[in-house]
Design a protein around this ligand. Structure first.
Ligand code: FEO
Length: 389
């Protein structure tokens, strides 16, 4: 059992079995589904876990409570990674009051055919539940990450139960030491991939949270955050306001026979030589979520694609769609295109980015007509100069 405070225990589980989270995000170090027990005059549980871990979670509840039935189960988020064990919980604890908002109860009906009358406590935004020493205020956080999401603030322990917010992929060891910037590597892949579209809603939640005196953030994924909390809030403010976290260039490319790759790599080498912070991703082979996160984190992006079927590489097409649907904005952008007889990639890529706000296109771009030659080499030199000026 992992103690958050002397009477708050994380009884969540670690999942090293699932290959792709939400069917798309790789998990090289697994993922944690956190669930919390708060021991007080009345016992409260926050959220459940994926249904593959129901038994382990129910055993954890029993151990933490000493066999007492919980008085409340608070459901902050209905995505199945957190609600999947709800049905098994209700079968075991039919008298426990289910605490959630009205949107959540609608989703419970849609996800589960509950064959008994639930004892419910329907909460409104800002409503409080007192269980003895602890007093929980429920703060609605719609679209961080689903519409029913709410977070809960315990004024006694100063713990913010933050639902998906401040979560991350990966399983941390108990007492593992880490800095906010180390946490940010996977947390940015998680945040930008999953919640990146909803920056305005995250900003609204941060505004509400700024009024609270918070000692510990307990999210539904990853470690409890206890130290240097302003650093984590600053990262979330940066990501959710679509402000670049890093000054540097992210090059993303898709190549057919290596010539577009050669142009992208030459640009990478020349920028590196000049001391620029630069990353490069082959979109056919990289972790797309990693590349999306880094494109959001860096202030400049270079897109390099072949012309294919008078459009662009399908990998680049899918990648740019992934950026646009996450509200990609506020960047400097340049292009490298390749086309042996009718290069069209730049026009197509620019057209796809038309919906994005505050994109500044660099004056220089590179057109390769098959392989690198004198004019495309000169164009790369000019692009390097503009990217580093
Ligand atoms: Fe971890 Fe949106 O569920």
């Amino acid at each position: 059992m992992k103690y958050i405070t002397q009477d708050i225990i994380n009884i969540g589980v670690s999942d090293f079995e699932v290959d792709l989270f939400e069917g798309q995000y790789s998990l090289p170090n697994g993922i944690a589904y956190n669930s919390y027990v708060v021991l007080d005059e009345q016992i409260t549980i926050f959220d459940s876990v994926d249904n593959r871990f129901s038994k382990q979670w129910l055993d954890g509840i029993e151990k933490a409570t000493g066999g007492k039935a919980p008085d409340y189960l608070v459901i902050q988020h209905m995505e199945p990674d957190h609600s999947g064990s709800l049905h098994d919980f209700i079968k075991k604890y039919p008298s426990t009051k289910i605490v959630a908002n009205s949107k959540t109860f609608t989703m419970i009906d849609r996800f589960f055919c509950i064959d008994c009358q639930l004892d419910t406590f329907v909460v409104s935004d800002g409503q409080t539940l007192c269980t003895g020493k602890h007093s929980f205020t429920f703060v609605f956080a719609p679209m961080v990450h689903w519409p029913e999401v709410m977070v809960s603030y315990d004024s006694y322990s100063k713990v913010l139960f933050s639902a998906d917010a401040f979560g991350t992929f990966g399983v941390y060891e108990e007492n593992q030491q880490f800095t906010a910037s180390e946490w940010a590597e996977e947390a940015s892949r998680y945040y930008i991939g999953i919640v990146g579209k909803y920056g305005a809603q995250v900003q609204a939640l941060l505004k509400k949270a700024s009024a609270l005196d918070i000692s510990v953030i307990c999210s539904l994924h990853g470690p409890a955050l206890r130290e240097n909390l302003p650093d984590y809030f600053a990262l979330y403010d940066t990501w959710s306001s679509y402000t670049a976290e890093k000054q540097g260039v992210c090059i993303v490319y898709s190549s057919a026979y290596g010539n577009t790759q050669a142009a992208a790599k030459l640009l990478y080498d020349k920028l590196s030589e000049k001391g620029c912070d630069v990353l490069i991703y082959d979109l056919a082979r990289c972790d797309k979520a990693r590349a999306i996160a880094d494109v959001f984190r860096y202030d400049r992006t270079v897109f390099a694609s072949i012309t294919y079927n008078m459009s662009i590489s399908p990998y680049m097409h899918s990648f740019i769609n992934g950026l646009v649907e996450r509200n990609f904005q506020n960047k400097k952008v340049a292009f490298i295109e390749n086309g042996s007889w009718a290069p069209a990639a730049q026009k197509v890529m620019k057209g796809m980015l038309e919906k994005c706000k505050d994109i500044t296109y660099l004056e220089n771009s590179v057109t390769v007509k098959s392989a690198l030659e004198q004019s495309s080499l000169e164009a790369i030199e000019k692009l390097v100069a503009e990217l580093t000026q």
